[in-house]
Design a protein around this ligand. Structure first.
Ligand code: SAM
Length: 280
């Protein structure tokens, strides 16, 4: 039984980091005319209403997207992402938060393709209805990890794979590494972007060790912490691990992360870092 619903968390600081990285990778892939695949293994519902009972209950978006979307000094690196937020929020009120599938839908071109999987029985129909009229997209109610074997390599031999599980089961920390390894064996030139939460630092250290042991090279880590690491319950930070990042991503994230950290965490606690787990 899946209990995680992204509607409680949509637009929080972790989504801001994840979707900033996602949009920059997509923009980099668009620098060539050749088509590419966007594969989202854990797609969610697609669109989130911020006035819903779920989003209002936690109010997480108030300390996330609400803090940045209308800033006058927005760094250029955030323009693609914020252009999508603006597309879904005409006017001054923040009503909707687009999840990763809708960010891809807005940013991809006619020649690109979109492959989405979602298992939750409430979120899957919502996602499917978002893409009913989009002939670039295939939406399936199936296991996201399986797609890393079934759908790779793409015909176009170019692509971004976003892996964004809820980590409600501890096994996700191992499954993501096995999934990246499965995908990489089939499609070694693809870009893989893995989101992770920092709840217990030891879990992330273990996951990274396992990733290093695969022998895959060119693995970058981007992390934004809103609090110092802690043994208490709750997420203190989140990060993106990117295999085969576009060459500009390191500089782009080094430019934009201090700004994001300052806006998202006005007290200045936590940290924002870009580093290499395994260089080229
Ligand atoms: N990627 C989305 C975004 O950025 O907007 C958010 C995804 S949310 C963090 C994780 C989703 O994975 C949940 O909607 C959950 O129902 C779904 N899920 C959990 N296990 C799955 C699996 N094995 N395969 C596909 N989807 C799964």
């Amino acid at each position: 039984m899946l209990s995680y619903r992204h509607s409680f968390h949509a637009g929080n600081h972790a989504d801001v980091l994840k979707h900033t990285v996602q949009s920059l990778i997509i923009e980099a892939l668009k620098e060539k005319d050749k088509p590419f695949l966007y594969l989202d293994t854990h797609a969610g519902a697609g669109r989130y209403q911020l006035s819903s009972a779920h989003a209002e209950r936690t109010g997480e978006y108030l300390e996330g997207i609400a803090r940045i979307w209308q800033q006058d000094d927005l760094p250029a690196e955030l323009e693609p992402y914020i252009s999508v937020i603006n597309h879904f929020n005409r006017g001054d009120q923040l009503r909707y938060y687009p999840g990763s599938p809708l960010i891809a839908r807005q940013l991809l071109r006619e020649q690109d393709s979109i492959q989405l999987t979602e298992l939750h029985s409430s979120d899957f129909p919502l996602l499917r209805s978002e893409f009913q009229k989009d002939n670039r997209a295939r939406v399936e109610k199936s296991d996201g990890y399986q797609q890393l074997k079934a759908k790779l390599p793409p015909v176009s031999r170019r692509g971004l794979v976003l892996i964004d599980p809820p980590y409600e089961m501890k096994s996700d920390y191992q499954a993501v590494v096995a999934g990246i390894h499965d995908g990489y064996k089939r499609f070694a030139t693809g870009t893989y972007a893995l989101w992770y939460p920092v709840v217990l630092r030891a879990q992330i250290k273990r996951m990274i060790k396992e990733l290093e042991a695969t022998g895959i090279r060119k693995i970058m880590q981007i992390e934004l912490a809103v609090r110092p690491d802690s043994d208490q319950r709750g997420m203190t930070a989140s990060g993106m691990i990117v295999v085969n990042p576009p060459w500009k991503l390191e500089a782009q994230m080094n430019n934009v992360l201090p700004w994001l950290h300052k806006k998202l965490v006005p007290t200045g606690i936590g940290h924002a870092t870009v580093s290499w787990i395994v260089p080229e």
